[in-house]
Design a protein around this ligand. Structure first.
Ligand SMILES: [Zn+2]
Length: 430
């Protein structure tokens, strides 16, 4: 017997369905139906099987991939579909209620062809299924789910038994939201690749971002084929912003990719409630409802952070504050004091965190409550999106006259300087 070179057929129903075979190849009828030989299931249709106890409307799936031909109500088969698998092999699905494939359409294993019905010469809803070689029911070598059928000398598929399908319904792609992992948003570019079995993920997964940040969305779908197209629509506060579409040209048409990832990017995010809507077109156009949605919030950026650190910020000292790279850019005074002699130089030091380029700073100097002079500084060297982790402002007063002094620090984060100072450093000269 020649080695089997035909399609790897699966039971033409959904995975997990346990299906009662009522008429087996060769026409033998299950004992529960009275036994005997059914004349409609002999002859050229040696390999015809009746899958029964199915309800009208249950899906009928292609047993293997191929090209579909559609027939409607022309014979005792009623509405039926033939799928040509190539190599002279074909399968036939009869008595269908609805047919949902087009004539000539190429279908994949598991693709829904139609639904179980009772059309044509049929005494109840069931699927009449045939395997053909050269249009007839015999090459003596066909198999379903690995169990061979051998004409009248069948080895498996006996009437009266139940068979469990493993035929995964093909829906164009598989999408499985997995408990928050898919989809999600993150602040770092998703990373992965060969050493991760091509699984991509974010280290910094979040639902909340600050204005100015870059936000990445990450969608995963499985079994992506080259004829699929993808689209991400972006909304802010329910208003469409922009969309991004993609297709794949280097996916094998028959087998697809195990996983595919899509990561839209939003730069310089502005405040609001954002959504990425992910759509897939697996042949019939984009669905009206998104396959997956990522929602995230972008909060207005907190302009700066000031912490008094238990009285150590701000401070005054007699030596110039020092710091730099080897101190993680933390500046401090060695000779920290509040009392100075008239000939000394007095330094004031203020630290604030997360300083952005649009911030301006002002120090006003007071002696015994009277304004003396001021110094203003607007930073232009900071990336407007990212800011500095720490910033220090140092002022100095030479040859201060005897009295009670204050350095008053003000910050303008875009709304103008506040009326009262952010902080004041007080010292006495005597
Ligand atoms: Zn039949």
């Amino acid at each position: 017997m020649a080695a089997y070179s035909g399609p790897q057929l699966k039971i033409p129903m959904k995975a997990g369905d346990s299906i009662l075979l009522t008429v087996q190849a060769g026409g033998r009828v299950a004992d529960v139906l009275g036994g005997g030989i059914d004349p409609f299931h002999t002859g050229n249709s040696y390999f015809s099987l009746d899958f029964d106890d199915r309800y009208a409307g249950d899906p009928v799936l292609a047993a293997a991939s191929g090209a579909a031909t559609v027939y409607r109500g022309q014979t005792g088969y009623g509405n039926y579909v033939v799928v040509d698998h190539g190599g002279r092999y074909s399968t036939l699905y009869a008595h269908l209620n609805q047919i949902i494939v087009q004539n000539g359409q190429s279908v994949r294993q598991g693709q829904r062809l139609g639904t179980i019905g009772n059309t044509g010469q049929s005494s109840g809803s069931h699927l009449h299924f045939e395997l053909k070689y050269s249009g007839r029911g015999n090459d003596g070598n066909m198999a379903i789910e690995g169990a061979r059928l051998d004409g009248l000398n069948w080895e498996s598929y006996r009437a009266g038994q139940r068979y469990l399908s493993t035929n995964l319904e093909y829906t164009g792609f598989l999408y499985r939201p997995d408990g928050g992992e898919n989809p999600h948003a993150c602040a770092d570019q998703p990373a992965g690749g060969a050493d991760t079995n091509w699984t991509y993920s974010c280290r910094d997964q979040r639902e909340s971002f600050e204005s100015g940040e870059t936000v990445w969305g990450l969608f995963r779908i499985d079994e992506v084929f080259s004829d699929h197209r993808f689209k991400v629509e972006t909304f802010r506060d329910g208003v469409f912003q922009w969309e991004w579409t993609a297709g794949w040209n280097d996916v094998d048409e028959r087998w697809g990719w195990r996983h595919a990832y899509f990561w839209p990017r939003l730069d310089n995010a502005s405040p609001g409630l954002w959504e990425f809507h992910f759509f897939v077109d697996s042949g019939g156009g984009f669905a009206t409802q998104p396959t997956g949605v990522i929602t995230f919030e972008v909060e207005p950026r907190e302009p700066f952070v000031f912490s008094e650190d238990g009285g150590t910020n701000p401070q005054t000292c007699a030596d110039e504050p020092t710091g730099g790279a080897h101190t993680n850019w933390v500046y401090s005074c060695r000779d920290r004091r509040n009392i100075f002699r008239p000939w000394e130089r007095v330094y004031g030091l203020l630290r604030i965190d997360r300083v952005f380029a649009d911030h301006c700073f002002l120090v006003q100097t007071y002696r015994n409550g009277s304004y003396q002079w001021q110094w203003e500084w607007c930073n232009r060297g900071i990336d407007p999106n990212w800011g500095w982790e720490h910033a220090y402002f140092r002022v100095s007063q030479d040859n201060a006259q005897v009295g009670e002094w204050e350095f008053r620090f003000f910050v303008n984060a875009g709304q103008g300087y506040s009326a009262s100072p952010l902080a004041a450093a007080r010292f006495t000269v005597r």
